[in-house]
Ligand binder design. Sequence first.
Ligand code: UAG
Ligand code: ATP
Length: 531
Amino acid sequence: MTSPQGRLRPEHPATHRVVDLVAAFELEARGPAPDPTSVLTGVTVSSSDAAPGDVFVAVSGAKVHGAAYAAQAVAQGAVAVLTDEAGAELLAREGDGVPVPVLVTPDARAVAGPVAAWAYGDPAAGLATVGITGTNGKTTTTYFVDAALRTAHARTVVLGTVELRIGDDAIESPRTTVEAPVLQAILALARERGATAVTTEVSSHALALGRVGGLELDVAGFTNLQRDHLDFHGDMEGYFRDKARLFAPGQARRGVVVVDDTWGRRLAAEARIPVETVSTHVGADVAATADWAVTSADIGLDGVGSTFTLRGPDGTEHVAASPLPGLVNVSNAALAVVLAHRAGVDLATAIEAVGHAHAIPGRMERVIERAPGTPLALVDYAHTPDALVLALEAVRPITPGRLVIVFGSDGDRDRGKRPIMGEIAARLADVLVVTDENPRSEDPASIRAAILDGVRAERPTLADVHEATSRTQAIHDALDLATDQDTIIITGKGHEPTQEIAGVFHRYNDRDVLRAAQAARAARESQGLLA
Ligand SMILES: CC(=O)N[C@H]1[C@@H](OP(=O)(O)OP(=O)(O)OC[C@H]2O[C@@H](n3ccc(=O)[nH]c3=O)[C@H](O)[C@@H]2O)O[C@H](CO)[C@@H](O)[C@@H]1O[C@H](C)C(=O)N[C@@H](C)C(=O)N[C@H](CCC(=O)O)C(=O)O
Ligand SMILES: Nc1ncnc2c1ncn2[C@@H]1O[C@H](COP(=O)(O)OP(=O)(O)OP(=O)(O)O)[C@@H](O)[C@H]1O
């Protein structure tokens, strides 16, 4: 999916003239006049990604103004710089500026997406598009929606925290939602490759920073809003307002909002586009008035996921399922069904597809199935106290024996959560293997000690508590001590492909380590080395 330079670009870019860009977006051209024959083939906001024929959009950032990197972009072949007044002034102050036209607009960040959409020929036009926002459940819901869209589309696209995927071709994702020109370039590449449906996660940062500008989704979904990212959004009100930007004309044509929390209810009331509501709290008052409501749920079914009844707007009840355990995944599955249905998938087909969705990388992912002599083992991304509670509560009903957790906590991040995570694990799991997550620059032993302080508060004797100085060893230890009635859950890193220790990124993935540990165990067993 990458070009030789490692950049995400359509293979056959459209060619527009720079003068047409000036006219289309009513830009003020300064510096050298645009050559009427000069063509542009791409758009970037990052000088290091600039390629010949690009327009470099220099935006004002938190740390620096992009105009400071205009010269680098031009040296790499950019044919014009598009910026705001501050950027233009910066370039004017730097002597001769850049030897290409400087195109000025009041808000460069706001036009980056629309300009890229224009440059790539409105690539979303022929695609079914679904976007999902919310604090938790974006990734899970995205994959559920994709499972349903695949029934109606030969090739689909998934964009989010885990990967950027067109059909079966995927690369690691740099973040939850990529910069606007990258998003538009991926859509253009997807169109070239015959994809007809896209499901994308939309982070609150993306909404605040215009990363989905120029993309009007067919349907936008909202999962929930919980305390997070307040360093960036200021307070919950600001966080809500940024999320709500998705539910506005030009950004989405219609919305589907889970109204289990007060923020969802407020969003449904304030959205400026038609919105349907989904209630997934069985028996809650709000269920009576919601368009879609989960009216009953049977959690822990067959030791796998859940079944639930979804009542539609016409009052008809449908038996549906979530392939992942826990009530939160009933919520994600119900939302996904409605989103996929509104994106054009027949309701019964959407219900069937979501109920049988394949594993989602690192989200309650069943890496080893329960079998005689073998425990069930899952990997989950839960890395906050709230998520840890939900994850442990979700797997308890599918655990006939003991619940074994392998976990740690991040270095160079929120220290306060370490003892809290320890206390939660001690309260909700039976056997604990405390190990490292991403220690980063911190001493791993001191992070484990802080977790163990919390464990001790709940379980003073530290009975059934183990400490492992390497995550790989921790996973081996868990497999060694679990029986086939037990469930092992490995939390914190999910799909992550690396572990950061002492500032160095090592290739590491919980799922791969777990599979290798199980294979080694099976080999020892077959040689009669295990009791
Ligand atoms: C808060 C935030 O999202 N910041 C992002 C943003 O920073 P910024 O606009 O303030 O950029 P800046 O570093 O001041 O630079 C200004 C401009 O100069 C450009 N520049 C800068 C340096 C250079 O050498 N060349 C160059 O062209 C930059 O591309 C940018 O356009 O643009 C930068 C360039 O694209 C990003 O690297 C940076 O993401 C940082 C790394 C980040 O961590 N973002 C996270 C918080 C984020 O976006 N997370 C959400 C998910 C959150 C969640 O739900 O968990 C996500 O969508 O992934
Ligand atoms: N609807 C939900 N409500 C609350 N918690 C959830 C929900 N869905 C999933 N979770 C929990 O949140 C964690 C992250 O889930 P998921 O990756 O789907 O969310 P996300 O919004 O994509 O978050 P991130 O951007 O961090 O990946 C998981 O550990 C899961 O246990």
